[in-house]
Design a protein. Structure first.
Length: 485
């Protein structure tokens, strides 16, 4: 018996639990992709699997729907893999440990991958059914969505006939998404010079942050652990003659980092000053983030206390100064709000991953904007600043914004179905997070897209949870949309 075996809709949660048992981190989707292929073979469905491991499955219309326009259903196979300190799950080998808590499904010690495992579960449950009424279905499962939408960028969809697309990658029931920001990944690298390590070594930890999705939750005022460490290092520079030996934080560019660590080398007589300054910074930051991120902790300990091996090298003074300057000079967070849609972020960036290696410091950002020119201007600014400090920038994973359509027949149909079912109008919105609709629209001229999904909270974090009751209601809504001619 599975953990979710008693939940309804049974067919959806059965597939969701199977999906969660299969490792499907970004860039490691082969097993889940092959699972989808075996599913198609088992149900005698036409399928395509490309070299990237994207999968397309086609099911002909049910009786009476042969003359209806085909519908594309789309979701992605990969998940953002986050885990708490001490969790032993290996995301490349192990499945998740699911739990239920009241109306929610969570994963023990890790992110859940409801984004976007629930889309795959919905689609498989529809494809497996012999009783659900539907037009011809063309189901797209993409890979590497969470790391720059690389699957959607590389997929061949020339065999598809549909020009209506239902994307199932949203996280708030009752909202029909009709547009989203475009984006890119920007990795800024700065060469550094190392010298033999000397002096006392102190480890600084920033922990306890909430984190979150760098698009959907960038407006919530939560702290970024990498940026906090940058601030701490600037403050300490006035109190101690330190140099950096190590600096690392975050694991995904599209997740607001929850933790960051740094190791600094300093004269013995500066240790007390560092501890005192850290205590002051802790008090200031706790006050500043008392509402949005109240559990931030700043810890200072000698390397001997941490039990870690002492590094053999440290950065020289100039490299230390340049590294701290780069992190603090580059922008982070919201850059502009939309003038057209009240409360919508137009342009932002998130310093998601920071890594000090032997010969360079690399800081990697998710850059988003619903304005192509604003995004280009921000990338140009980052390029100018990085190169001005002697570094370089690599921009990858660009994807276009999904522009709002005033004449969406699919949106009108879904609104009518929603009003009939719930006696109220759905909310129509655009979002700052990225969806694959823009890329697919570029490959399928005239594509009419809407994105929906059940209620999820804290996606891309270890606190991620999926509402059971909302999953059921959205399932019923999808079935009604499928059967409505």
């Amino acid at each position: 018996m599975g953990v979710l075996s008693n939940l309804e809709p049974k067919e959806v949660f059965t597939y969701f639990e199977e999906i969660c048992s299969i490792p499907h981190a970004s860039y490691h989707e082969e097993k889940i992709s092959n699972y989808c292929v075996e599913f198609a073979k088992k149900h005698s469905l036409v399928y395509y699997q490309d070299d990237l491991k994207n999968v397309i499955i086609i099911k002909e219309a049910s009786a009476g729907y042969e003359n209806e326009e085909p519908l594309i259903i789309q979701g992605h196979l990969d998940m953002v893999c986050e885990k708490v300190s001490g969790c032993r799950i290996d995301f490349e080998k192990d499945g998740l440990e699911l739990m239920t808590q009241g109306d929610y499904i969570t994963a023990k010690g890790t992110s859940l991958g409801g984004d976007d495992g629930i889309a795959v579960a919905y689609a498989l449950a529809i494809l497996a059914s012999d009783t659900i009424a539907h037009p011809k279905l063309e189901v797209i499962f993409t890979v590497s969505e969470e790391v720059g939408m690389e699957g959607a960028s590389g997929i061949d969809v020339s065999m598809l006939q549909g020009r209506r697309l239902l994307n199932l990658d949203s996280e708030e029931e009752g909202i029909l998404l009709a547009g989203c920001a475009g984006g890119a990944r920007a990795a800024c690298s700065l060469p550094v010079r190392r010298v033999p390590a000397e002096g006392s070594m102190v480890k600084i930890l920033v922990t306890g942050l909430m984190g979150g999705h760098s698009g959907a939750e960038i407006h919530k005022g939560r702290a970024n652990a990498n940026m906090l460490m940058g601030r701490i290092l600037i403050d300490l520079s006035a109190k101690a003659a330190y140099t950096l030996a190590a600096w690392e934080g975050g694991s995904k560019d599209n997740a607001i980092p929850r933790e960051c660590t740094a190791v600094i080398c300093l004269p013995d007589h500066d240790l007390e000053a560092v501890q005192q300054e850290a205590a002051k910074i802790q008090k200031d930051i706790s006050n500043e983030y008392a509402v949005t991120d109240k559990n931030i902790q700043i810890t200072v300990q000698t390397l001997e206390e941490s039990g870690e091996k002492r590094p053999d090298t440290m950065l020289d003074k100039d490299s230390t100064r340049q590294a701290v300057l780069l992190v603090n000079a580059l922008p982070n967070g919201i850059q502009a709000m939309s003038a057209d849609v009240e409360g919508l972020v137009e342009t932002s960036l998130n310093l998601g991953v920071l890594k000090l290696a032997e010969t360079e410091l690399t800081v990697t950002y998710a850059v988003r904007s619903s304005s192509g020119s604003a995004q280009e201007a921000l990338l140009n600014k980052m390029t100018y600043l990085t190169q001005g400090l002697g570094g370089s920038i690599r921009i990858t994973g660009r994807y276009p914004a999904w522009e709002y359509r005033r004449d969406s027949a699919l949106r009108e149909k879904m609104c009518a179905v929603y009003e009939k079912m719930y006696r109220k109008k759905p909310v129509i919105e655009a979002i700052h997070a990225g969806l694959e609709c823009g890329l697919l629209a570029g490959k399928l001229p005239g594509l009419d897209c809407i994105s929906i999904g059940p209620d999820m909270e804290s996606v891309h974090t270890t606190e991620e949870k999926l509402s059971i009751s909302s999953t059921k209601r959205v399932w019923e809504f999808i079935l009604e949309v499928l059967k409505t001619k």
